[in-house]
Ligand binder design. Structure first.
Ligand SMILES: Cc1ncc(COP(=O)(O)O)c(C=O)c1O
Length: 476
């Protein structure tokens, strides 16, 4: 669409190079512009709007940050000489381009559904090195996994029975790990004695007997996952000690245990952008060194399943301000991003740092706002009671740290179209996922007997659509 969307020329406005040294690849310059690697986020927002009709909001990822995060793992695993599989949890972010990057960096894939197996294979991951998690795997999913040679984490006695049934039907062996409760107090909101995941140790003996008698099921490892954000190295170490105890016990029973899968949960400090925050999390290398000796002493291959710590800090949601309003007790910044793109605040009360991506043109004093989306739900908020400069309409605003469990948890609620995804690589950016269009949303209805009615409706309304670009409202 050849429309002059914004009068500000960000190329000239930003002729001065960023001069702020930072350990993050997404950072604020001294003149109040958010940068990703060498590029100004506002400029990307502007260029994307020129290229596509519905360009806001969009997810933006830094390739350099993905590489840094993987290298942190690789460096400490290699430095400590720990035999390992670094299995990236695909549920955190399944963008195909991001998966390809991770595969090339030497990660394996941890999957939780048949479609995750398929997309991981499309990205080039070796199915024999994949681990398949889940407490409700269906027979058809297990059939696909066994055919592809994926390692399967056994979650329950019935899960084991299903795996056995599939192996017999296919006359094919499956490599399995058993998921156990480490039975330690993780001090999390989740009571691990009530979790729906994994075999309780009382069922474990039974499961071992079944595997012993079944030549098509090969027990090659044990697995645990603490279901909490690990903010304490000691907790990780304690769960390792418990698991090593089980490794010895199971080996004594004659099983050739080659893998110990410690799950993940190494946290990202979402509050690190707040200068006054006293929240400090241990680094990846601290977790690795705490378990390195234990792993090596058992001559076993460590599997890790990180999600958040690989992609969490690599992405932001770039939005714009639709308007600012004040009710009697509250001020609201209404943006074009919503809980449909970043559900973590409303789902878990999670904190995401929020910043304007450019200096505000509004002269009013900053104040405390709720930052909310346009969806008709009061839970549609990105932050509550949050101090911000007073933004002008159309001002760019970024939700930080949305690389994990945001795009992958996004929805079409309120018939929102999932946004585009953009990857920055040094001084270039490119689209790595197209924004959905209305046709994608109505596709599941096409072919139904009543299609004619829908079609007529679309045909008549089409006449009235598409003349007003969302950005025109903010031409200055
Ligand atoms: C079994 C399992 N492994 C690994 C992960 C990844 O955890 P995180 O993204 O916190 O590292 C999850 C997340 O839900 C999980 O359920």
């Amino acid at each position: 669409m050849a429309v002059e969307l914004l009068k500000v020329d960000y190329r000239t406005a930003l002729s001065s190079k960023p001069n702020i040294s930072t350990s993050s690849n997404i950072y604020m310059t001294g003149d109040g512009h958010l940068f990703c690697e060498n590029l100004c986020v506002k400029e990307i927002q502007y260029e994307l709007a020129m290229k596509t009709d519905y360009a806001s909001p969009f997810y933006l990822y830094s390739r350099a940050q993905i590489v840094d995060n993987v290298q942190q793992y690789k460096r400490s695993l290699e430095k400590n000489d720990v035999p390992h599989l670094l299995g990236y949890t695909v549920s955190a972010n399944y963008n195909l381009e991001i998966l390809r990057i991770l595969q090339k960096l030497g990660c394996s894939a941890v999957v939780a559904s048949i479609n995750e197996i398929k997309i991981a294979m499309m990205a080039g991951f070796n199915p024999n090195m994949m681990v398949y998690n889940g407490n409700g795997k269906q027979l058809n999913e297990l059939e696909f996994a066994v055919k592809c040679g994926v390692m399967i984490n056994v979650d329950s006695l019935f899960d084991l029975e299903h795996i056995r049934k599939v192996c017999r039907m296919l006359h094919k062996k499956a490599n399995v790990l058993m998921r156990l409760h480490p039975e330690i107090d993780s001090d999390s909101s989740q009571d691990i004695t009530e979790t729906k995941f994994g075999l309780h140790h009382k069922e474990f003996d039974k499961a071992l007997q079944i595997v012993k008698e079944e030549e098509l099921v090969d027990l090659i490892g044990l697995h645990c996952h603490l279901e909490t954000t690990l903010d304490d190295v000691q907790l990780f170490k304690e769960s390792l000690d418990t698991m090593l105890f089980w490794v010895d016990k199971v080996r004594e029973m004659g099983f050739d245990i080659r893998y110990l899968n410690m799950g993940e949960g190494i946290g990202l400090n979402y509050k690190r952008h707040i200068p006054q925050s006293d929240e400090i999390l241990p680094e990846t290398k601290d977790f690795i060194s705490s378990i390195a000796e234990g792993i090596k002493s058992k001559n076993i291959c460590l599997i890790l399943e990180p999600g958040i710590s690989i992609v969490g800090n690599t992405g932001i949601l770039v939005t714009k301000v639709v308007g600012v309003k004040t009710n009697e007790n509250k001020n609201f910044i209404v943006i074009d991003g919503s809980m449909a793109e970043v559900i973590r605040p409303s789902l878990y009360g999670a904190y995401h740092h929020i910043q304007l991506i450019e200096p505000t043109m509004c002269k009013k004093e900053g104040c405390v706002f709720d930052i909310v989306g346009p969806i008709g739900e009061s839970s549609d908020f990105l932050a509550e009671d949050y101090y911000m400069p007073y933004p002008h309409e159309g001002c760019g605003l970024a939700i930080r740290d949305v690389g994990a469990y945001c795009g992958s948890m996004s929805s079409n609620y309120s018939l929102r179209q999932r946004p585009a995804e953009v990857l920055v690589e040094g001084s270039r950016w490119r689209i790595i996922r197209h924004a959905e269009v209305f046709d994608d949303i109505v596709k599941p209805f096409i072919g139904l007997p009543s299609l004619g009615v829908y079609k007529d409706y679309i045909d008549t309304t089409e006449v009235h659509l598409g003349t007003l670009h969302p950005w025109l409202t903010w031409m200055h």
